[in-house]
Design a protein. Sequence first.
Length: 557
Amino acid sequence: MNPIQGLHHLTVMASDPQKNVDFFTQVLGQRLVKVTVNFDDPGTYHLYYGDETGAPGTIMTYFPWPGAARGQRGNGEIVAAAYAAPAASQGYWTTRLQSFGVPFSEHTRFGSPAVRFEDPDGLWVELIFEDGAAVPSFWPNSPVPREHALSGFHSVTGWVAQTARTEALLTGPLGFTRVGSEPDAEGTRTRYRGQSDGVGLYIDLVERPGQPHGQFSAGSVHHVALRTVDDTEQLEYQTLLGEHGYQVTPVQDRQYFHSIYFREHSGILFEVATDAPGFPDDEPVEGLGKHLKLPAWYESKRAAIEARIKPIVNHEYGVTIGGKGHGQTSSQPGASISAGPRVDGPHQGQPVMTTGRALQDARAAVILVHGRGGSAEDILNLSQQFNLSAFAYVAPQAQGHTWYPESFLAPLDRNEPGLSSGLQMIDDVVATLGEQGIAPEHIVIGGFSQGACLALEYVARNARRYGGVFAFSGGLIGPDGTPRDYPGTLDGTPVFIGCSDVDGHIPLRRVEESAEILAGHGAKVDKRIYPGMGHTINEDEISAVQKMLQDVAALSV
C-alpha cells in the first residue's frame, strides 16, 4: 500500500455563494469546475474550484449557506489553506490583492515568503512563494497569467492542543514524513510532508495547549481530504485506520471520487478520497462548471432543487445557474426564540438557543436536549458534526442545567415538577416550529444522557410521525414496572438508541426495554450497544444520526 500522496481537497462552509464564486474565480483565478449540491443536503450548493480539470491537490470546495454567521477559529480544526505560487510572483500577487481591496499580512513559512488574507467568510488563505511543481493543468481562461498562476495547494494548517497524537496518525498509518518545527505566533508550527512529487504535499500543525475549540460556521473548514490512488487502496486504508482505533465510515460515492471519513483525536475531520473518476466524468472539460449537475438519485427533484438554490453567475460562460431562491439566512449561534405558550414549571421562561438555518427559512429542524450539568449552548455543538444546513438546530435550556433532580429510574413523582416542565418545554418548541411551517415529520428530536431520556419519554407520550428520534445513552423514564400504555402510534418514525453495555447511569435492561416498547408503538428502532464504551458518544452514533438527518433533508426539498 502506497503512503498518502498528499492533499486531495478541502471543504469549507460559506455564506453568500456569488461572493464565493467571484473571489475564487476573479481574484485567485481558479476555475469553477463543478456546480452541484451537497449530496447529504440537496438544498445547498456544493461548489468546486481548481485548475482546468479540477486535478486532485488543486480542489477547494464550498458549501455556501446563505446568511450563515461567521465561525470562530479554534483548536481541533483546519484554520488555513495555502496555495503554492511561483517564487518570482510575490510582487504580482501583492499588487493584485491590493487592486481588489483585499487586506493581507506578510509572513515566512519555513524560509519561504508568504502572504495571508481572508476569503469572504474569514477563512485564512495563504500564498507560499517557492518554486516547485507547476499547476497540473493551467486554465487558459484564467484572469491570472500562466506565469503567475497558483499551482494548487501547498499546505493546510491545523490548530491542535497537542501535536503528538496527530503526529502519530500522520507519520504512522498515513505515511507522512516530519519535516521540522519553527515558532509561530500561536505556538509551535510543525510540518509534515506527503509522499508525492506533485502539489498539495504538506500539513502544518500548530500546537496551542489550553486554547478553546473552534465554532463551526461560515469560513470554517469542515474536512480536509487526502489523496489515495484507487478504490482498492482506499479500502486498505479503511482497514488500517480501523486497526489503529479510528472510527471510519463506509465508502461514500461522491460522484467524482469515493470517500471515507474519520475524526482524528484532536477533532479534525479527515477524508481519504480517490483520484478517480474525476470532474470530467459527467461533462466535457470545455464545459466544466457550466450547468448544475445532479447525481441520478436527485434528478427527479431537479425542479424543486433549482427553485430553492440561490442563483449564481459563472463568469467563464456568462450563465446564471439556479433558481430565484429564498434568501435564506441563519441565526447567530446562541440566538433565542420564543418557546411558545408558558405553563408553570421551573423550565418555562428559560432560553431556547438556536443555530443553523433561521426558523422562517428552514425546511426541517433538530431539537437537541442537553444532559444533566450540560447546557443548550454545549449540545448545539452537535450541529457542527451533523453539518447539514437544511436544518434549524434548536436547544432548550433547563433551569439549573438539570431537567429533573433524581435518576431517571426514580419514581416519577420524585422528579416533579421538573419532568413535566421539561416535557412541556419540548412541546413548546415543537409548537413554535409548527407555527413556522415545520411539521413534526420534518422534526428530529434527540439528546444525550438525561436529555436523551427526556426526548424518548416525550415522543412516547406524544406519539405521531416524526422525522426521527435519537437517544445517545438514554431510555424511557420511570422505575421498573412503570405503565407504558402510551396512546397513539409513532407510525414508522426512525428511532436510534445508542448506549454502552457498561454505562454507569443507563442500565442495559432499560435500553433494551425502551427499544422494544417504542418498536411496539410503531417506531423503526435501530438499537446499538457498544461494549465497554462508557457514558459518551462515539463516531458510529454520530454517523447513524447524520444518515437519519440526511434522509429527512432529502424528503424536505
